[in-house]
Design a protein. Structure first.
Lengths: 190, 193
């Protein structure tokens, strides 16, 4: 009786100890780091870094597979923040991924749009509304200016215009703020 | 060598855990609607089953028997299996978050997959040694994965088939499972353990 109870106690305790150690070892470090890196990325989802979106890029940085200078929309300011977080030296933007540009906004010339829905499928943030054979339009607040809708358009009816008035530059975390605001709206609506 | 082959053929085909012993029916019906998740489920089960049959053998042989408390085997096996499943979940979340997300709720279900406990208890009853236990668990998982994948592929096709409305969904799935079990009866006698 005593042996049996003692045995069960030891078995349960050792199983619990192994699990707690595994959970600490595997989880605590990575997931938090990925979240922190992702919070510094601009959330344009433009895929210029060669990853499908900002979170996959954050995961690649956390794993050490990607460098911190592959994000043109984040620019030098973004690289500096990433370098500070990861405790590495800041480096100039790798321009093979693109140049840092002021914040842009996609505008569809509705006269020329033929309603082919190709840009809707290309948009990573679902900022284009419309249906087949009907005119499409861009929701300005959702658009991140990622330019991914330009290549699929068969009639070149999409233009990118500066999102902010002349001479005004976006604060470095502008897109991040809009992304957070969108997230908040979604949570409130749900 | 002959025993090993016999155990493999026996667990995969002749005495298939799902279709001949009717163990592990919950994930068989629950995770078989899509081929992708069926594949993930079979891989996770394969890992857990092989590992748990080895662990339960070690615990039975080197702890339970010397202490003369073999009557606690069911309880200990459940504890070991639950801990292993949890460990698999943690590892999967770490190494393949995408697969972890697609398996979702079904991963903890391996704990209650009675095939896992069934393998551990049958290992004790059949007095397998360490290698045979591991092979028995592995074969059971392969058999489970085989019928799960075949069943998932069938159900994906049934999605688009013209089925009377009264039979759509679960009824046709259960009929299909029954027909598969009858088909697997053709293997009985192939390997008698």
């Amino acid at each position: 009786m005593l042996t049996a109870s003692l045995y069960l106690l030891i078995l349960a305790a050792s199983a619990a100890a192994v699990l707690v150690m595994a959970a600490r070892h595997w989880r605590a470090r990575d997931e938090q780091l990925v979240d922190q890196i992702n919070a510094l990325l601009p959330q344009t989802q433009c895929a210029q870094c060669t990853y499908p979106g900002c979170r996959p890029y954050a995961e690649a940085i956390a794993k050490g597979e990607a460098d911190i200078n592959q994000c043109p929309p984040g620019g030098e300011a973004g690289i500096r923040q990433l370098a500070a977080l990861l405790d590495v030296a800041a480096k100039p933007l790798n321009t093979s991924h693109g140049e840092h540009k002021p914040l842009l906004l996609a505008v569809i010339d509705e006269q020329r749009c033929i309603g082919c829905t190709l840009c809707i499928q290309a948009c990573p943030v679902d900022a284009i509304v419309g249906a087949a054979k009907h005119m499409h339009t861009v929701i300005a607040d959702e658009c991140t200016g990622c330019e991914l809708c330009l290549p699929p358009c068969p009639v070149d009816c999409i233009d990118l215009v500066p999102a902010l008035p002349d001479g005004q530059t976006a604060p470095p975390d502008y897109l991040k703020l809009t992304a957070e605001a969108r997230q908040l709206q979604r949570e409130l609506a749900a | 060598m002959e025993t090993a082959l016999l155990i493999l053929v026996g667990t995969v085909l002749a005495n298939n855990f799902v279709l001949a012993r009717f163990l592990g029916l919950c994930p068989f019906l629950g995770v078989s609607t899509k081929l992708d998740s069926a594949l993930g489920m079979s891989l996770a089960t394969c890992f857990v089953l092989t590992l748990s049959s080895v662990c339960s053998y070690l615990i039975y042989q080197y702890v339970l028997l010397p202490l003369d408390i073999a009557y606690l085997s069911t309880l200990s096996f459940i504890l070991v299996i639950a801990a292993l499943v949890q460990l698999t979940e943690l590892a999967l979340r770490h190494f393949n978050p995408l697969l972890h997300r697609s398996l979702g709720i079904f991963l903890p279900l391996i704990t209650s997959n009675c095939a896992v406990l069934g393998v551990a208890l049958l290992n004790v009853r059949e007095q397998h040694n360490l290698f045979e236990s591991a092979l028995f668990g592995f074969g059971a998982a392969i058999g489970f994965g085989l019928v799960l994948l075949a069943f998932a592929a069938l159900r994906e096709r049934l999605e688009t088939a013209d089925i009377p409305s009264a039979l759509q969904g679960a009824p046709i799935a259960l009929i299909t499972a029954g027909l598969m079990a009858m088909g697997f009866m053709g293997f009985s006698g192939l390997a008698n353990l």
